[in-house]
Design a protein around this ligand. Sequence first.
Ligand SMILES: Cc1cc2ncn([C@H]3O[C@H](COP(=O)(O)O)[C@@H](O)[C@H]3O)c2cc1C
Ligand SMILES: O=C(O)c1cccnc1
Length: 331
Amino acid sequence: MNETRLYLDTLTKPRGSLGRLEELAVQLAGIAGARPEAILKKAVIVMAGDHGVCEEGISAYPPEVTPQMVANFLNGGAAINVLARQAGADVYCVDIGVNADICHESLISRKVGKGTGNIARGPAMSREEALEAINHGIEVVEGLFGQGYRLFATGEMGIGNTTPSAAMLTVLTGIDAEQTVGRGTGIDDEGMKRKRKVVHRAIAVNAPDSTDPLDVLRKLGGFEIAGLVGVILGSAARGCPVVIDGFIASIAALTAYRLAPNSKAYMIASHASQEAGHRPLLARLGLEPMLDLKMRLGEGTGAALVFPLIDAAVLIVKEMATFDSAGVSRA
Ligand SMILES: Cc1cc2ncn([C@H]3O[C@H](COP(=O)(O)O)[C@@H](O)[C@H]3O)c2cc1C
Ligand SMILES: O=C(O)c1cccnc1
C-alpha cells in the first residue's frame, strides 16, 4: 500500500488530486498484495429469501414479489441486470430461503428454509440454519473464485428485509429504533409506526445477546442476510475486494466485521442509501460510501455502479504516465 501511495505521487497530476480513486488504488494494492494491474472479473451475488415478519404489515409490497423478482433476475430484466451488464459484471441469483419452489437452470439453489420465522413472535431461524446460510455464501464465492471471478458485490432480494436489518442494527449498535427504521419500499406514516413497534417487539421477544453476532443474526436476521455474511467472509478469505451495497448488505457487513474484524479491509462501501439507518450504520462500520445517488433499491444496484470506479482506480495506476516519462515539471 505504501509503495502504491508513493507511485501515485509520481504520476502526472497534482499530488492527491484523484482523491478517492487514489484511496481505492491503495486499498486494492493492500488486498492484492501488489500494485493493481488487471481489470478484475466481477460477479454480483444476489441472495434471495423471504421473511415471516411480513405478516405484521411492515412492507409496502406483498411477499410474493420475492419469487417474482427472482424470476425477473433470471430473465435479465431487473435493475441489477441492467447495471451489472453496463459494468461488465455477471449476476448470480441464489435461492437461500425463498418461500416458493423456483426452477430455472441458472438459479443457484441453496435453500435453507422456506422463509424465516416471524421475528415479532420468535427467532428467525436456528443457530444451525444461520451457520448453514453463511456457509452457502462462502461456498458460492468459492465456486465463482474457481471460475476466475476476483471482485464481488453483495445483492439481496427479500420483501420485508429492511425490518430485520433495522432490528439487527439497533441491537448491534444500540442506536434507537427511531433512527434505524426506514420506509423500505415506501410505507406510509402509519406503517412506520407499526414497523417501529415490530422492531421493539422482535428485540423484546427474542432477547438477543448483543455481544454474539451469530445470536443476533439468527434471532432477528434473514437467510439472505446470513448468506451475504458468508459472501463477505468468503471474499475476504480469498483475498478479493467485496463491494457492499445498501442498507441490508451493510448490516451483513457489520455482522461479518463483528465475527472477523480483518474482513473490513476487503470491503468497499458503494453508496449511501436513502434508507434512514444506512448512514449511521456505515459510520459505525467506519466506511465511507463512494456515491450518493439517492437510491433505495437494494439488489446490489449501488454496488454495481461502483464497479467502473474500481476499474478506473486500477487503470490510473496501470496506464498513467509519470512526471519523468512524460517530461512534465514537478512542483
Ligand atoms: C419490485 C421490487 C423490487 C425490489 N428489489 C429490491 N427490493 C428491495 O425491497 C425490499 C425491502 O424493502 P421492504 O422491507 O420495505 O420490503 C427488499 O426485497 C429489497 O431488496 C425490491 C422491492 C420491490 C417491491
Ligand atoms: O438500501 C437498501 O439496500 C434498500 C433500501 C430500501 C429497500 N430496499 C433496499
